[in-house]
Design a protein around this ligand. Structure first.
Ligand code: PMT
Length: 210
């Protein structure tokens, strides 16, 4: 099967030297790419900036902003069987990127932000993707309810929900603990390394009925 996986954070520029971003290290997405490749699948990893090595045998596209990740997924989704969107895409970006470094002057600086394009939400509607669609949900409360809502609204086959308020898992840690949310059931994967969690996610992804 052909997998497309997104990973890492995006960076949304404010001026030539500053940007808005988040704490995603990319580890969860890179572990998924490595696990899918290990199982013999063709894998394309589209990643925001990280310090990680690309798993051997994985095709790789580096992006920086949410718009670039959207464009890359849009351009490369044809022929993909399974899409797993693990990236922590910025939900907002500065309305304008200053051409020169913003100088400090007033005591307060107000930033105007606008929504970034919703990649997961565009998969079925704009990109016409009809393969298996797996989204992530990073929540701090009501994890299953919000994850299930995303499953329906974004027309996914599975949501991987993680409680990112728990110390030691989620953003920028080596381990994760997730709930796989399907239309008819939930499967809890106990805290483990992201590599072992990734192997289990790939196993579940490959048996989803088309
Ligand atoms: O990178 P690590 O340090 O290993 O951390 C892993 C992780 C915590 C980043 C990962 O497990 C995770 O939860 N990824 C999703 C993070 C996120 O942004 O969740 P969300 O609930 O805001 O987004 C929901 C889904 O929509 C995700 O599939 C996301 O990729 C997608 N999305 C979000 C915004 C946007 N503009 N486009 C999108 O496609």
């Amino acid at each position: 099967m052909k997998f497309l996986i997104t990973a890492g954070p995006t960076r949304e520029p404010l001026d030539p030297v500053r940007y808005l971003t988040n704490r995603s290290s990319g580890r969860m997405g890179y572990a998924l790419a490595g696990a899918a490749r290990h199982e013999g699948h063709e894998v394309l990893l589209i990643s925001g900036p990280t310090t990680l090595d690309v798993p051997p045998g994985v095709d790789f596209i580096q992006v920086e902003t949410a718009q670039q990740m959207y464009d890359a997924v849009h351009d490369l989704i044809k022929g993909v069987d399974v899409a797993i969107l693990c990236a922590a895409v910025a939900d907002y970006r500065p309305v304008a990127c200053a051409e020169q470094k913003i100088k400090k002057s007033a005591d307060k600086l107000v930033l105007e932000l606008e929504r970034t394009p919703d990649i997961l939400g565009s998969m079925r509607t704009v990109f016409g993707f009809d393969g298996k669609l797996i989204g992530f949900a990073a929540e701090t409360n009501d994890v299953i309810a919000y994850g299930r809502d995303k499953l329906v609204r974004k027309q996914c086959d599975m949501i991987v929900a993680n409680d990112v308020s728990k110390p030691g898992i989620g953003f920028d840690s080596r381990e994760n603990e997730v709930i796989l949310i399907f239309p008819d059931k939930e499967v809890h994967l106990e805290q483990d390394t992201k590599e072992r969690i990734a192997m289990q996610i790939i196993e579940h992804a490959t048996v989803i009925e088309a």
